[in-house]
Design a protein around this ligand. Structure first.
Ligand code: SAH
Length: 387
């Protein structure tokens, strides 16, 4: 079983936000003050993180700088969320100008933030080509978790999810994943460092694995945020080959598999991609992940009223996972406009959890945060697209 800490990071950005007017009252939506700064498109300069750590090291060396400058620049970005080179006050003025002439500090910009009074905040981020993605920042005690996107849109098209509604636009580049950390850290300020990340924003992380891994390598390195891999959860719809590939790389990221149904027929309705995959292959791959990494996989199960929340579904799930080194996170669905799916009652969810536990499968009903932030997974972007 994961430590309580890791476990608690899983659910919070759970696409939990709703957009009905009752909730809007407690939500503040603001245009970002930094929106006016010059963009990559305007300047033609490359974002500094996009050239890669080795190339940046070489660039600094070629400009006569000592080795430690690399760390200084990256710390300004990742640990302080700097939005300009001018801010980097412990760099020589000449170097700041040279950096300014060659690069932009960040290519993405915050379009807006929607803050919740429960400590969560949704960020709508615009990439250099105008594509929009979302991330969610969640604070709880000493824990500050960022929910990160890996694609603009999503190829999976889960029928209940807003992110897949318009399909995949494109994969994010590694630096666009890193920049979400920079922007979020910029909102938090240097005193409140990010402590965890969940790769549960828009997109299917394992369908953009190389960019994701490159980004996380920087985020986890001592030049970056220095986060332990164990504090990062990668959530997947369940792509068995990619799960096995990830297992073999020897990382210790936590893997969460979005299952939502224990049987193929029902899962196919919710996750059409399941038709060509099948639950069995996914669970076998998840077992393999545990064998190779020693890290238990969690199964995410979004409970949808009258769809997958009946006692028989819970028994099916219990039978499937009985005896496996894994555990279940149940999340009550957050309705997405344009779908008929609804959220089950708390009582129905508790009953479901009790049945799954009766098979000896550790099961938690996750409290969702961000109820008052404007939108569920992909909804904020969806609203922008449709307006
Ligand atoms: N593609 C990946 C990661 C992105 S979705 C995956 O499928 O895991 C992250 C999680 O949010 C998934 O478990 C997904 O099923 C869940 N989710 C999406 N929309 C939701 C909604 N409206 N309410 C609750 N959970 C939702």
């Amino acid at each position: 079983m994961l430590s309580g800490e890791d476990n608690a990071a899983v659910p919070a950005c759970r696409k939990s936000c709703r957009s009905d007017s009752r909730h809007q009252a407690a939500t503040s939506v603001t245009e970002d003050s930094r929106a006016g700064r010059s963009s990559v498109a305007e300047t033609g300069k490359r974002p500094v993180v996009s050239i890669g750590t080795e190339a940046l090291r070489a660039w600094l060396k070629a400009h006569g700088q000592p080795r430690y400058r690399l760390r200084q620049v990256l710390h300004w970005l990742l640990r302080r969320g700097a939005s300009s080179f001018a801010q980097m006050s412990d760099l020589p003025a000449a170097l700041r100008q040279q950096l300014e002439a060659a690069f932009v500090p960040v290519s993405a910009r915050l379009r807006s933030t929607a803050a919740c009074n429960d400590g969560s905040c949704k960020l709508l981020v615009e990439l250099a080509d105008g594509q929009q993605i979302e991330c969610v920042l969640m604070e709880s005690g000493m824990r500050r978790t960022l929910c990160v996107s890996t694609q603009a849109g999503c190829p999976i098209r889960c029928t209940f999810c807003a992110s897949g509604a318009a399909g995949l636009v494109r994969n994010l580049a590694a630096h666009e994943i890193v920049e979400q950390f920079v922007l979020a850290q910029g909102l938090l300020g240097p005193q409140r460092r990010l402590t965890h990340a969940v790769i549960m924003g828009m997109g299917e992380p394992l369908a953009n694995l190389s960019s994701l891994l490159a980004a996380l390598e920087l985020v986890c390195s001592s030049n970056g945020l220095g986060l332990s891999q164990r504090r990062i959860t990668i959530s997947t719809v369940g792509l068995p080959d990619r799960i096995r590939q990830l297992a073999e790389l020897g990382h210790s990221y936590h893997l969460a598999v979005s299952l939502h149904a224990a049987g193929d027929e029902l899962r196919k309705q919710l996750v059409p991609a399941n038709a060509s995959i099948g639950v069995r292959a996914i669970v076998d791959a998840a077992d393999y992940y545990f064998q190779r990494t020693g890290r238990q996989v969690s199964y995410e199960y979004v409970l949808i009223r009258n769809v997958n929340d009946a006692p028989e579904h819970a028994h099916q799930l219990g039978r499937l996972l009985r005896g496996r080194k894994s555990y279940v996170n149940l999340i009550r669905y957050n309705p997405v406009p344009g779908t008929d799916y609804r959220r089950p009652s708390l009582r129905a969810a508790q009953r479901f959890a009790k049945i799954v536990r009766s098979y000896g499968v550790p099961t938690e009903l996750r409290q969702t945060k961000g109820q008052k932030v404007e939108a569920a997974c992909g909804q904020l972007r969806l609203r922008q697209l449709s307006s």
